[in-house]
Design a protein around this ligand. Structure first.
Ligand SMILES: *Cc1c(COP(=O)(O)O)cnc(C)c1O
Length: 258
């Protein structure tokens, strides 16, 4: 995918599972590209025991309300590059240096007090959130383990994980299609979601800019058609998870029939 116009690579720690950092570093070095990471899902997760946040030139976390660690809205850029850090600080506050001197382009990217307070409060309970998410993950995984054609994306338990996403893959031979599964779950008021579907490249304005993008993204297409993300988080009970997995097991037997 590297062309003469390529200047950098953004690795994504998808679902909190680390991107192939070493491999991306090697590619970036060989082609003299910048390397940064989208760590929106990566809070509290590790690679070879090292917490995400220290790889590449910088890593960018999201603290949006749907993420593992949230401040309602917001995020953080983590870097050990002092020059980049200084630029980011300037950009956060309109490029102001001192009282009435603007030296850099900027925007209003300051975190509000109430968001910071939310974050500090969440930090106190972060261990409990991991524990609850881990319990939910095992609960789903064990209940679905014996269903042919459904699998839960696994976390490497020798690493730190936040277990925030319960990602189910539907094999092509499963008796119900992925879309049918989502339809049935919605009918039962279970708000499961197709995720990263149908893919940025299939939505405007990118679809018009790059009409042929789909031709070079065969793996994206394959995965986007198979994935369902199941309800998770601190407020879901094990009882509810048993209910959801019972629906899935019923679909394994009855398929697309109503
Ligand atoms: C949520 C998310 C973002 C965007 O984060 P914001 O804080 O909403 O800007 C980017 N990448 C991934 C993979 C995400 O899940």
């Amino acid at each position: 995918m590297i062309t003469p116009r390529t200047t950098g690579i953004i690795g994504v720690h998808l679902w909190g599972r680390a991107a192939p950092v070493k491999e991306l570093e090697a590619i970036a070095k060989e082609h003299k590209l910048r390397l940064m990471f989208d760590s929106s899902h990566g809070f509290g997760c590790s690679l070879d025991g090292a917490l995400l946040g220290g790889f590449g030139e910088c890593e960018v976390f999201s603290f949006h309300a749907t993420k593992f660690f949230n401040t309602f809205e917001g995020g953080a850029v983590v870097t050990d590059n002092d020059v980049l850090a200084e630029k980011m600080r300037l950009m956060r506050n309109f490029g102001f240096s001192g009282y009435d001197n603007v030296i850099y382009p900027g925007t209003n990217g300051k975190m509000t007090e109430i968001s910071a307070a939310m974050g500090l409060t969440n930090l106190e309970d972060i261990g409990d959130f991991v524990e609850t998410n881990r319990r939910n993950y095992h609960c789903y995984r064990d209940a679905i383990a014996s269903v042919r054609g459904l699998s839960i994306l696994e976390y490497d338990e020798s690493e730190h994980n936040n277990y925030q996403y319960i990602v189910m893959e539907v094999a092509p031979y499963f008796p119900a299609s992925r879309d049918r599964i989502v339809e049935v779950l919605h009918a039962e008021n279970v708000l499961a979601r197709r995720y990263f579907w149908p893919g940025c490249h299939n939505l405007e304005p990118y679809r018009s800019y790059y009409p042929h993008a789909g031709l070079v993204l065969p793996n994206t297409k394959l995965v986007a058609e198979r994935v369902v993300v199941l309800p998770a988080g601190a407020s879901i009970s094990q009882q509810a998870i048993f209910g959801i997995t019972t629906i899935l097991r019923t679909l394994a037997t009855n398929g697309n029939e109503r």
